[in-house]
Ligand binder design. Structure first.
Ligand SMILES: Cc1cc2nc3c(=O)[nH]c(=O)nc-3n(C[C@H](O)[C@H](O)[C@H](O)COP(=O)(O)OP(=O)(O)OC[C@H]3O[C@@H](n4cnc5c(N)ncnc54)[C@H](O)[C@@H]3O)c2cc1C
Ligand code: FES
Length: 278
């Protein structure tokens, strides 16, 4: 059982929970994730460790309400407990061995919650960090001040131009590169389609690019094979080999097709959950 010590609604569809989980907080690194079950009958879902406080034993998760389990999780309040909260799982994001390397960190929507602790780690290790954040519109902007505090340059993009610059994160990245910024690496985290196009762009410029993959996961320990991806022509399991991979090697089209496989089932579960709430 893991106690919820703080709950904050960041947006009607986005919630932050601070959870008391000292064993996870003690070992978590940026890029890793947990798997939780809201209650005894609940399904297991993976969520990234968005932040952690080792001293207080607290792990922060930020989640988007997209279906039955995230809707159920969103109904918990401060003082409630999450049935299972297991982690940290997966490999931590690799950061450069030497300080002074210049990295562009790109977050798309909720991907910003995953990208923030990575940007902060790069900054704390003496790296030069530029961040490019993309959102559909102004109401969905999260963690802007947090990113600014760990970045030499922050570019904010919205699809509709309601905040920052109008356009996609790839437009922001191209502007920075064409303006003379020479990056040693790019880290891109967000929807599959966004990561695919960032990788196409960075391949053009020959910049090494890491992406964080989020396929459907069940056990999270490399046993069920559900989270498999093709990377560099080989089968890899996101839960144990990732979630980070060399973006120029990932077969994004296959990953997108696999992620759509369970849509009809998920829609039925969502409907069932709504009926139960009536
Ligand atoms: C390593 C990893 C880290 C993630 N981190 C975050 C995060 O920090 N915040 C966040 O909001 N979301 C994160 N996700 C996605 C999150 O797990 C799904 O949004 C959640 O499982 C949806 O469950 P649901 O029942 O509410 O929705 P459903 O209606 O069941 O599904 C909605 C969509 O969520 C995805 N999904 C569903 N079940 C799973 C599953 N078991 N594993 C992975 N994806 C699933 C699918 O894309 C699906 O189409 C992460 C996924 C992975 C693999
Ligand atoms: S989730 Fe089962 S092998 Fe990765």
């Amino acid at each position: 059982m893991a106690l919820i010590v703080r709950r904050e609604a960041l947006h009607p569809t986005l919630t932050r929970l601070d959870v008391l989980a000292p064993l996870v907080a003690g070992r978590a690194e940026p890029g890793q994730f947990i798997i939780l079950r809201v209650d005894e009958e609940g399904e297991r879902i993976p969520l990234t460790v968005a932040d952690f406080d080792r001293e207080k034993g607290i792990v922060t998760i930020i989640f988007q309400i997209v279906g039955a389990t995230t809707a159920k999780l969103n109904r918990l309040s401060e003082g409630d407990e999450i049935r299972d909260f297991v982690g940290p799982l997966g490999q931590a994001t690799e950061t450069p061995d030497e300080p002074g390397k210049k990295t562009a960190v790109i977050g798309g929507g909720l991907g910003c919650a995953i990208a923030y602790p990575i940007a902060r780690k790069l900054w704390q290790e003496g790296g030069e960090v530029h961040t490019i954040l993309g959102f559909r519109d102004r109401s969905l902007v999260i963690l802007e001040d947090e990113f600014k505090s760990v970045s030499g340059k922050t570019v904010l993009m919205t699809d509709d131009g309601s905040y920052g610059q109008k356009g996609l994160v790839t437009d922001g990245l191209r502007q920075l590169i064409d303006g003379g910024c020479q990056y040693d690496g790019v880290i891109a985290i967000g929807p599959l389609i966004m990561m695919k196009f960032v990788c196409q762009l960075t391949k053009e410029y020959g910049i090494k690019t890491l992406v964080s993959m989020n396929p459907i996961m069940i056990d999270g320990t490399g046993m069920c094979g559900c989270c498999r991806l093709t990377v560099g022509g080989k089968t890899r399991f996101a839960c144990v080999d990732g979630p980070d991979f060399d973006g120029h090697e990932v077969d994004f089209d296959e990953a997108m097709a696999r992620s759509a496989m369970y849509r009809p089932f998920e829609a039925r579960r969502r409907e069932a959950e709504c009926v139960l709430l009536r």
